[in-house]
Structure formats: C-alpha cells, structure tokens
Design a protein around this ligand. Structure first.
Ligand code: ATP
Length: 365
C-alpha cells in the first residue's frame, strides 16, 4: 500500500512555477531519498507533503487517504529538519514526550465532559514515560533525559528530534537534510540510526538531501529532481549504473562521470575521434560517451591522454588527465597502491575501459 502518493503536483509562487507535475509513490515501509541541485524544488515538495505549503494543483494521498487539503496536524506525518526545533525550556524527556502528550490532550478535548477528570492520567503518564525511555534508549540518549537542549551537542540534539519523531509512530517520516549540521563521523553513525528507525516504524520515509552518498547508502530508491521535475526514481545501483539520461548520469557520482564526444557511423560502430572503441550502437550520428572514473584503467593502448594531476584520497587515488583529441578532462579512480607509480604531470598515457562500462547518450541526452 502506498504510504505517500503524489500525483501531478504543481506549485507556483506568483508567476514562478517551481514544481511541474511531480508524481511519486512511496510504499509503506519504503525509504525514498530525494536529491537534486539547490533550488530544484525538494523542500517545496516536502512542505507540500507536510501540509506547510498547499499544492497549486494535483493530489496527495497519505496511507490511501486524500490529504491534499488536510491541515498539517491531521496528516499523521512526522518531520525532522536540519534545525532541530527543540523546546529550549523542556528536558530531553519532555521534548520527546511532546507529541504523545499532545495526542492525549487532543483526545480529551474531543471529550469535553471528561476533560476535567483526565481519565487514566497516571497510567497514561507511565505509558508515555515508557515510550520515551524506549525511544531514548534506542538512540543512546538514556543518560541525557534530564538535560536541556542547551546542554547537548548538535548530534545529541538531532537524536532527540529523531526520538520525538519516532514516538509518534507516524504513517510517514519527512526528513529535510537532518544530518547537515553534524560532523562527518557522526553523520555516518546517525544515518544508520535513521535507517533503523525507519525499518522499525515501517513508515513511508521521504528524505531530502543534497548529499548523494547519503541518498545512495540509505534509500531503497533514489528520486533525482531537477528544475521542478523528477527525472528518475530507481534503486541506488540502477540510478548509478543505468541513469535515465545525461542529467541523471552527471548529477550522480563523485567525481562526476567522464564525458567524451563520439560518433556512431553508418555501420553502427562507435568511434571516438577516428578510433574504434569496440562498441556498437543502434542510433547513428554524434553521441556522448559516459565513463565512470573507476571504469578507466591505464593501458598499453586505448584513448590517448595526458596526465595532469594526482589527488590521494586514502581509499583511492584520482588521476586527472586530458583526452588528446577532444581536450575533454578525464579522471580515473585507481586503487591507493597505484599512487606511487602514476605518470608524472604532462606524461602521455593511454586509457582503457571495458566497452560494457560505457554509457551512450544521444544528442538529446
Ligand atoms: P535547496 O537544496 O537549496 O534547499 P530546494 O531544492 O529545496 O533547494 P526549494 O526550497 O524547494 O528548493 O525552492 C525551489 C524554488 O522555489 C526556488 O527557486 C525558490 O526560490 C522558490 N521558492 C521556494 N519557496 C518560495 C516562496 N515562499 N516564495 C517564492 N519562491 C519560493
């Protein structure tokens, strides 16, 4: 069943259309990461699902229910932002308990006659404390329950925000760059915690990030957005190895995929310059070859290039080169052992690649 379902959603601010008919289905239990360049409409889409912003047209369903014009409070979604939005005067335990206490209050408000009596108040308080403790424990906050937000590190604050979202057991989690204020090692740890929370909750999760390594490591499917349109939604490996078009291919992958001008002759054979590269293609005419940095090797023969610079990254080494014929920059990702025996800057070399590793794009991308 669809947890979140967007159909042909558009959004304009004044005359400026920032979402052009976005459709996206996120199943209950599925984690979808939304990536795209700054300003492409990710946050706007998220705010529409949350009910902070109204779509100009199109429909939104949450757990099968039409939520297009439901108020934010009626949508059963929990949001986690980059800024933690904790109550500074409340303790960690109280902050986590807020949604549970609110829910309780709402129930009482609907029963005005019983409101003064607060039926089962003590049992409820005990149950809330139990849920808060369990959520805090699972996020390593057990020892911090009496502290206030000002006495916590950024990572701890973000975990409080996650715990607070978690206790609600919502139909959907919406997370907008929740890790961007954390340092690198905490980010890696917290991203595993978020995936674990998601799995336990079985909710539909929409996770906005500009960090593609987050998207690729965390998501069941990655949605790539550009200019207010979703270009492709696919599992991480497919987004990387079989991108829908040149825009997706160049957005996903770091360093960026190498691009080379080529041509498919009347015989269907692909040439780069006047060199056959062992590839056949159904299309004819000019095309662009895409080759990932890790698909290149230094070879005895292949594409003639010239070495320019070396960057040592620890787990790998990048060799920056330039293709002789076209002047295109080509970067290789090589194992770190290669670092000691790479060609010096200016040296001529040849780049080989397995034909199956090349992606071919026609003139329309
Ligand atoms: P970033 O990664 O930088 O956060 P984003 O992909 O989340 O970007 P949005 O914040 O959704 O992008 O913005 C999409 C476009 O909509 C931008 O051009 C932005 O200027 C515009 N926009 C967003 N909110 C408003 C608003 N309230 N009024 C007018 N324009 C807006």
């Amino acid at each position: 069943m669809a947890g979140i379902s967007l159909t042909s959603v558009t959004k304009s601010f004044g005359g400026n259309t920032v979402l052009h008919g976005v459709s996206l289905d996120i199943a209950a239990g599925e984690f979808v990461a939304l990536v795209g360049p700054s300003g492409c409409g990710k946050t706007t889409l998220m705010r529409i699902v949350a009910g902070i912003e109204q779509a100009s047209s199109g429909t939104l369903r949450i757990q099968g229910r039409d939520a297009t014009s439901l108020r934010a409070g009626e949508r059963d979604v929990a949001m986690v932002f980059q800024s933690y939005a904790l109550y500074p005067h409340l303790t960690v335990a109280e902050n986590i308990a807020v949604p549970l206490a609110m829910r309780r209050l709402n129930a009482w408000q609907r029963l005005p006659l019983l409101g003064g009596l607060m039926p089962g108040a003590r049992a409820t308080r005990r149950r809330i404390a139990g849920e808060v403790a369990a959520a805090a424990e699972s996020l390593g906050l057990g020892a911090l329950l009496d502290r206030r937000p000002a006495q916590l590190s950024g990572g701890q604050r973000q975990r409080v925000a996650l715990a607070r979202a978690m206790v609600r057991r919502p139909a959907a989690f919406l997370m907008d760059e929740p890790l961007s204020n954390l340092d690198a090692s905490l980010r890696v740890q917290t991203r595993r915690e978020i995936v674990a929370i998601h799995r336990r909750a079985g909710a539909a999760t929409l996770y906005v990030t500009h960090d593609q390594s987050e998207a690729l490591t965390m998501a069941d499917r990655v949605a790539v957005m550009q200019g207010g349109r979703i270009l492709q939604v696919a599992p991480p490996r497919e987004i990387y190895a079989d991108p829908a078009d040149l825009r997706v291919a160049t957005f996903i992958g770091s360093p960026r995929i190498n691009l080379l001008p080529g041509e498919a002759g009347r015989d269907g054979l692909v040439r780069v310059g006047d060199r056959l590269i062992g590839l056949r293609c159904a299309a004819r005419g000019p095309l662009t070859l895409g080759i990932r940095p890790e698909a290149f090797v230094l070879a005895a023969e292949g594409l003639p290039a010239r070495a320019e610079a070396v960057e040592f990254l620890g787990e790998s080494v990048l060799l920056h080169t330039r293709h002789e014929a076209s002047g295109s920059p080509l970067v290789l990702r090589l194992p770190p052992e290669a670092a000691g025996r790479l060609p010096a800057s200016g040296a001529a070399l040849h780049l080989g690649f397995a034909p199956g590793a090349a992606l071919l794009f026609d003139q329309d991308g």
